[in-house]
Design a protein around this ligand. Structure first.
Ligand code: PMP
Length: 343
């Protein structure tokens, strides 16, 4: 190649593949929902990942780890019981790396979520919702059967795989530290598998020698904030659990804030209307917890709150007045500070 051509090529800016676009997500200051708060509240926007959520980070590292360890061979098949953001991330990585992918989802999962997975070339197997989790007909049971029956199949198992928290220790945590120039004082994160809070929180504790406080945001009815609490269902998606997964280290959070669906959804709608941030319900939940954390801090407080995904996947739910009314939520998105939503 001529030197001139080489120079032209060197000056062209591009990513080698979509995988290189995962992570390095921006921080944006919240300016309106923070009225009356002296601390700086910065939202870390994960919908800029190419698959649209924070789960792209673990999808890339679960697959990379499986390739390194030989559990996933060329032409292999990724099988995981998920219909949510992890499925999208894994389907995207499978497409790029040349694997087949099969996702097992209960029939309560909406058609549009299944169609997103299919759009990436994945196969979606639907199972009945109303079966016991340990039944062979449950989506866990069916995913185990498909994994054992499919030659070259590999199940990443996002609730146990330590490559999940490690991805956040290696990327999400350092990004927050770097982008705040080490000035972050608090980080607020919702827990689903617990991978984000475990990996990010561990890193920030290590690098700040315990100075950064790690706050878990938990839906009312979930087990994380209060192990003895009465567990019950809730509508916010992607966060909270009814058992403690291996990907969650209970020694990481320094504090918890419990947020109910009504407050989560009201904040989710306010973020769109007041901040121009169309994000999902777990983001609204985390912001409620971040404001609760920030309200007693002075000007030196720098609170980073992680917003895991986009609101696009919730247009027919949280952002739909009829769905909200049918589920007992009021829908004031006036930006009125005194507005309250009740379940
Ligand atoms: N919010 C959403 C929308 C999610 O899909 C997830 C992943 N389950 C989370 C938050 C929580 O992330 P983690 O599994 O790392 O705790």
């Amino acid at each position: 190649m001529s030197e001139a051509l080489n120079n032209v090529r060197n000056s062209v800016k591009y990513a080698e593949s979509v995988l290189d676009l995962i992570g390095n997500t921006p921080l944006v200051k919240l300016n309106s929902v923070t009225a009356g708060i002296r601390a700086t509240v910065l939202a870390k926007i994960e919908f800029t990942n190419p698959g649209g959520s924070i789960k792209d980070r673990i999808a890339a590292s679960l697959v990379a780890e499986a390739e390194r360890s030989g559990k996933l061979q060329p032409g292999g098949t990724i099988v995981e019981p998920t219909s949510g953001n992890t499925g999208v991330g894994l389907a995207m990585v499978a497409a790029i790396r040349g694997y087949s992918s099969v996702f097992v989802a209960p029939d309560k999962v909406g058609q549009s979520k299944r169609d997103v997975l299919k759009a990436y070339g994945a196969e979606v197997v639907v199972t009945a919702t109303n079966v016991a989790p340990d039944s062979p007909e449950s989506y866990y049971g069916v995913s185990d059967r498909i994994t054992s029956e499919t030659p070259g199949a590999y199940k990443p198992n996002q609730f146990a795989n330590q490559a999940g928290p490690a991805a956040h220790y290696d990327s999400t945590g350092p990004e927050i530290w770097h982008d705040t120039d080490g000035k972050v004082t608090h980080v607020v994160i919702g827990a689903g598998t617990g991978g984000t809070i475990t990996g990010t929180g561990r890193y920030l504790h290590d690098v700040s020698e315990g100075r950064v406080k790690v706050i878990a945001a938990d839906p009312a009815g979930s087990i994380y904030a209060d192990h003895s609490a009465k567990l019950h269902g809730y509508y916010v998606e992607g966060v909270g659990e009814d058992m403690i997964p291996d990907t969650y280290d209970p020694s990481v959070p320094d504090g918890f804030v419990t947020v109910d669906d009504a407050a989560s959804f009201e904040m989710t709608r306010r973020l769109a209307v007041e901040e121009g941030l169309l994000v999902g319900g777990s983001s609204g939940m985390a912001v409620v917890a971040a404001l609760e954390t920030a309200k007693d801090l002075d000007e030196d407080g720098v609170v980073v709150v992680v917003l895991p995904d986009s609101g696009r996947g919730y247009i027919d739910k949280i952002f739909n007045d009829q769905w909200m009314a049918e589920h007992g939520f009021t829908t004031s998105t006036t930006g009125d500070e005194d507005a309250t939503a009740e379940a």
